[in-house]
Design a binder for this molecule. Structure first.
Ligand code: CA
Length: 227
């Protein structure tokens, strides 16, 4: 597998190259946007690690130009810690994933593996509604800049709602697909409601627009606007 790293900071670039080579990837480093674009358009890579802040053309420009030319190589962008807009902008411009600097090398490798495994199937690695984001690789959940601490079951429930965003999700669906207890005699409705109440407290704090809505008598829907 061939990876192109476009990163101007020599130390970071060197660390990425060494670390990824130790994971048996073949790594090419480009030190600015122009050089990176040249490599990305002249050769075939399985993945591109692209820093946003670059001399010459920045990461967004490189990405936009590549996509415009029909080059669909998966791109993992490296963004600054406080750059929420950068992350969204990168994904809008056709990045497949992002990682916030500074990052743990193990997470970079996990994301690269997930992207390479995904191949061309276009399967999302992150789900987003408004400022709520679920990271399917690390199972980390953020609302804005806040990282939410969810139990395993709460996470599964939220991931299920996110995968069905803007759709009505009934308690029967949740019982079957999240709890996976089909042969239960007693209803799980109360259990589900308790977990849902805890999840909502975390996902929808009072000062934020509500994302999880109750549809009376029918179930729940996760979406930006009130149903
Ligand atoms: Ca940089």
């Amino acid at each position: 597998m061939r990876i192109l790293v476009i990163e101007d900071e020599a130390k970071v670039a060197q660390a990425l190259k060494q670390g990824l080579e130790a994971e048996h990837y073949e790594v090419t480093v480009a030190r600015d946007g122009n050089d990176g674009f040249f490599h990305a358009s002249a050769e075939v890579y399985d993945l591109i690690v692209l820093d946003v802040m670059l001399p010459g053309r920045d990461g967004f420009e490189v990405l936009a130009t590549l996509r415009k030319r029909g080059i669909q190589t998966p791109v993992l962008m490296l963004t600054a810690r406080d750059g929420v807009e950068d992350r969204v902008r990168g994904l809008d411009k056709g990045a497949d994933d992002y990682l916030i600097k500074p990052f743990a090398f193990s997470e970079l490798v996990a994301r690269i593996r997930a992207l390479l495994r995904r191949g061309r199937s276009d399967q999302a690695l992150r789900l987003r509604v408004l400022d709520l984001e679920v990271d399917l690789v690390t199972r980390k959940v953020n609302r804005g800049e806040e990282t939410l601490s969810l139990t395993g079951r709460e996470y599964e429930l939220l991931e299920y709602l996110m995968r069905h965003q803007s759709q009505l999700v009934s308690r029967e669906m949740i019982a079957q697909d999240v709890w996976k207890e089909e042969s239960r005699v007693t209803s799980l409705d109360n259990v589900i409601d308790v977990h849902m109440a805890r999840l909502r407290k975390k996902v929808d704090p009072e000062e934020q627009p509500k994302l999880i809505h109750t549809v009376r008598g029918l179930g729940f829907v996760l979406q930006e606007q009130h149903p």
